[in-house]
Design a protein around this ligand. Structure first.
Ligand code: ARG
Length: 491
């Protein structure tokens, strides 16, 4: 029965018996009394699993077709059921059918509405399945789409990183360790560090997809079914690569949810570091980036403020991403096989985990694209002669001095400079020769941030040559991968 309410009712919770509707629920046979409304409000998942309805419809259609192909239902019944399910889906799309709290969950809501529409035939659909294998099939289908969305969010952020690295290809800045200026680097090198982190994130989501790509339907409540079913055709129709081999594992494990949330937690940790860099760079103390008006906000009290809220929230939302993973792991911990209602708690964490990861990643991409880097300010910050101390030591090593000795000599130079309020770059070759006779005229050539960057041509180093080669490689690589997971393995 369609109601005019826009969203699922969340239950009155007043401890009274519910209306007649709830005595007619799908398992009502052995019950004489209706569920108490507070019990119903507490146990119902319809408030959030409504999001699974497109998957539940697909799953049910595939199941009905399979039931007909093995002769459990007739072709005529199948056609009626499939048509009915499509109608229910349309009603859900349009908001014409709004499940109520007494439907308990999306599976019962759809079946209830189907039976209202097509009559007794609807009651044949649930043969050889349980909500236990149904729900986990829906969640796996949802997850496959979620991974595709996550991978495209990763593509988006990677391409923003690449295009900013390209736009500021020669920009020099200080690189930091311990948040102390360490050595001159290229901004592009810094940005592409995140690109590579995201590439590993991609791999984790692809691995997760591979393991999630297994059909649980056909496992029944936990032990399979006595009816003759054909799981392969269901897998084929729903696009699953494999069929689960153990019915108890299939309905009771949520490791694929934990795996997604774990990959999402790492992705969010990476994003939070980029966000951390941006908040730092946007301070007046650093002044490396200017925030675009469209991607920053002001203060209600301090008129001068322009805040990097997006970066801050990207960082802050990492907390909920980690929390979602902890929540699901804790739900699974010590849970006796097979299905337990505890497992219903997987969905809100997963939905929030997906929404948070996708939205944070794409918004960070937009923020990054909107940034204007101040090349002058970055170059000025890198123009600190002390950042070239390692270059002096390596100059000596290249001329035969053992590194520890070279380090000691350079340490002496640094101390001398500190005492005289100058930097090593202020010293002439003759001055330097007083610390070590291996210093010659050509030492002057290495004492600029440009030289320090250019000379770091070691594989993976910050030189412009390396950066340009890497950018070229990235721009000619085949672009965003298909979301289906590149390297599907058969098990
Ligand atoms: N709403 C349930 C869930 O999310 C569906 C499965 C319920 N099965 C059961 N026997 N109560 O897990």
């Amino acid at each position: 029965m369609a109601t005019r309410k826009k969203s699922a009712d969340t239950g009155a919770g007043n401890g009274t018996r519910n209306d007649a509707e709830s005595t007619n629920r799908s398992w009502g046979g052995r019950f004489q009394e209706a569920t108490a409304s507070d019990a119903l409000g507490f146990t119902a998942s319809i408030g959030f699993d409504i999001r699974l309805y497109p998957y539940d419809i697909r799953t049910s259609i595939a199941h009905a077709r399979m039931l007909a192909s093995t002769g459990i239902i007739s072709a005529k019944d199948r056609d009626q059921i499939v048509r009915g399910l499509r109608d229910v889906e349309k009603e859900l799309d349009e908001g014409a059918f709004v499940p109520t709290i007494s439907d308990e969950d999306i599976h019962m809501a759809i079946e209830r509405r189907l039976t209202e529409k097509i009559g007794a035939v609807g009651a044949r659909l649930h043969a050889a399945r349980s909500r236990n294998d149904q729900v986990v099939t829906d969640v796996r289908l949802f997850l496959k789409d979620a991974i595709a969305a996550t991978l495209s969010a990763i593509d988006d952020l990677q391409s923003a990183l690449v295009s900013q690295a390209q736009a500021y290809v020669g920009a020099i800045m200080p690189g930091y360790t311990h948040l102390q200026r360490a050595q001159p680097i290229l901004l592009g090198h810094h940005l592409l560090a995140y690109h590579d982190m995201l590439e590993r994130d991609r791999g984790r989501f692809e691995d997760c997809l591979d393991r999630a790509d297994v059909l649980p339907l056909g496992s029944g409540a936990l032990a399979g079914t006595t009816l003759e079913i054909d799981r392969a055709i269901v897998a084929e129709e729903l696009g699953f690569a494999r069929v689960a081999q153990n019915s108890m594992d299939a309905i009771s494990d949520r490791d694929f949810v934990a795996e997604y949330l774990s990959a999402a937690a790492i992705l969010m940790a990476h994003g939070s570091r980029l966000a951390g860099d941006i908040t730092l760079w946007a301070t007046s103390e650093f002044g490396f980036v200017r925030l675009h008006d469209a991607y920053s906000t002001g203060s209600s009290m301090m008129p001068q403020k322009k805040n990097p809220d997006i970066a801050e929230l990207a960082r802050g939302k990492t907390g909920r991403a980690f929390g979602n993973l902890m929540g699901v792991l804790t739900v699974m911990k010590g849970l006796p096989l097979a299905y337990n209602s505890d497992l219903q708690e997987d969905k809100e964490a997963l939905f929030d985990g997906v929404d948070t990861a996708v939205r944070t990643t794409t918004t960070l991409a937009a923020l990054l694209r909107s940034l204007t880097f101040d090349e002058k300010a970055m170059r000025a910050a890198a123009d600190d002669g002390f950042l070239l101390a390692t270059d002096l030591a390596e100059y000596l090593v290249a001329r035969g001095v053992p590194f520890r000795e070279a380090h000691e000599i350079t340490g002496g130079i640094v101390l001398h400079c500190t005492e005289h309020g100058i930097t090593p770059a202020d010293l002439s070759a003759t001055d330097l020769a007083r610390f070590c006779d291996r210093f010659e005229e050509d030492v002057a050539e290495i004492l600029t941030p440009e030289a320090a960057v250019d000379r770091r041509t070691s594989p993976g180093g910050t030189s412009g040559r390396n950066l340009k080669a890497r950018l070229k490689q990235l721009s000619t690589s085949p672009g965003p991968r298909p979301s289906g997971g590149a390297k599907r393995r058969k098990r």
